[in-house]
Design a binder for this molecule. Structure first.
Ligand code: NAD
Ligand code: ZN
Length: 367
């Protein structure tokens, strides 16, 4: 079982996204990419994923003729996604004499992918890297599109580069070991894909939520394939986020603020889900989508274990935090709204009062 999505830039295929049911073909894919037995590989992973899959990948590479395989592991979690971990990887690579022909393999979720991609982009002015995304969010979102980077001071993803991998190889069966809350986090981005680009896909998600939650392989494969296709299409048309790619930020303006104010105790996808509800509510108030559409969106999020309301947060504080979001143009917040389910647009003319109304909608007052 296998699916393949080529990604093009300026009409040339630059890499493939491969959906597989195991890692068994990974070595063969490296041979197909033209890597030679004398090249070195460093598998960069985190403390959760390396013990689960590091050894298997290492053995597979050796069986494919690559003898110089190294593994660098850092502490799992967003707190490691910083320049200090990048420095540690540089040191490790220098210590093991990695040169311009050698290759990094990012084995893990979005933290590993973003950090490894950035390290690959900057070490010796750029060496090859391969994405092996293992979280649902990384499989449908962060491994595609070439955004790499790390956090710095209190700013998320403030240091980074656009840098494309040579291959995105995903084994869907690794989702069996992914903690449930991380799976739910991925659903936040997946439902977003349907809402901004494809109403049929959104309905399909609603119809198939049981199979998806049960991790039925064929259903999962169809879902991940469709989400990757939507993200691929957007980043192909707008690789550097000059226009359409901003639509992928649907739910993220308020979502990021909630994520920050809740001290990162809620997963990214859950916060995106809350931002989705607020943005959908505003889309409804502006007369775009109907009350029934709004109710359907909330019901679908709930099917997937996402939240539609949050407590213990202050509306004004959320508004002020959204204004610090780096996706602002001048003083106006660049807000993504729905024209219909499956069709989003950029809107720059929301007043503070309107945004506050959207925020109030998702807040449950607590005594
Ligand atoms: P993550 O990398 O922290 O992974 C989530 C958790 O799941 C971690 O504890 C990880 O160790 C664990 N894990 C991953 N795969 C596993 C598996 N198969 N089995 C068991 N445990 C597993 O977080 P994430 O949600 O994958 O990614 C979030 C990051 O992605 C953020 O830093 C965000 O900024 C970034 N991101 C980047 C882009 C982009 O375009 N580059 C897009 C969206 C998000
Ligand atoms: Zn996101």
């Amino acid at each position: 079982m296998s699916k393949d999505l080529p990604v093009t830039l300026n009409n040339a295929v630059i890499y493939h996204i491969q959906l597989k049911d195991s890692f068994s073909n990974f070595g063969k894919e490296l041979i197909n990419l033209g890597y030679m037995p004398d090249q070195k590989f460093c598998i960069v992973s985190d403390s959760n994923v390396a013990p689960l899959y590091g050894e298997e990948i290492c053995t597979l590479l050796k069986e494919s003729g690559y003898q110089q395989v190294y593994c660098y592991t850092f502490q799992a979690g967003e707190a490691s996604k910083n320049t200090s971990t990048v420095n540690d990887v540089y040191e490790y690579l220098i210590g093991h004499h990695f040169d311009r022909h050698d290759v990094l393999i990012a084995l893990g979720g979005g933290v590993v992918g973003d950090l490894t991609g950035f390290t690959a982009a900057t070490y010796l002015r750029g060496i090859d890297f391969i994405q092996v995304p293992t979280s649902l969010l990384a499989q449908v979102d962060s491994s595609i599109g070439g955004k790499t980077g790390v956090d710095f001071l209190q700013y998320k993803n403030i240091v980074g580069a656009f840098y494309q991998p040579k291959l995105v190889y995903m084994n869907l069966n690794v989702l069996k070991t992914l903690p449930k809350d991380q799976l739910v986090s991925g659903f936040g981005e997946i439902l977003k894909h349907g809402l901004i680009k494809n109403s049929r896909y959104f309905s399909w998600m609603n119809e198939h939520y049981q199979g998806i939650l049960d991790l039925d392989y064929d259903t999962l494969e169809e879902m991940i394939y469709e989400s990757c296709r939507i993200k691929r299409d957007v980043v192909e048309r707008d690789p550097k986020e000059l226009g359409e790619r901003a639509l992928l930020n649907f739910g993220h303006t308020i979502g990021h603020a909630v994520e920050k104010l809740a001290d990162f105790k809620l997963s990214h996808g859950v916060c995106v889900g809350l931002g989705t509800v607020a943005a959908s509510y505003l889309s409804c108030r502006l007369g775009n989508i109907s009350d029934q559409d709004l109710a359907l969106i909330e019901e679908t999020l709930q099917h997937f274990g996402l939240l539609t309301r949050v407590s213990d947060l202050d509306a004004k504080e959320i508004l002020d935090t959204t204004k610090l979001d780096k996706k602002m143009v001048g003083a106006k917040i660049k807000f993504i709204l729905l024209e219909t389910i499956g069709n989003a647009y950029i809107y720059r003319d929301l007043s503070d009062e309107q945004i506050l109304e959207g925020i109030h909608y998702i807040l449950t007052e607590t005594e």
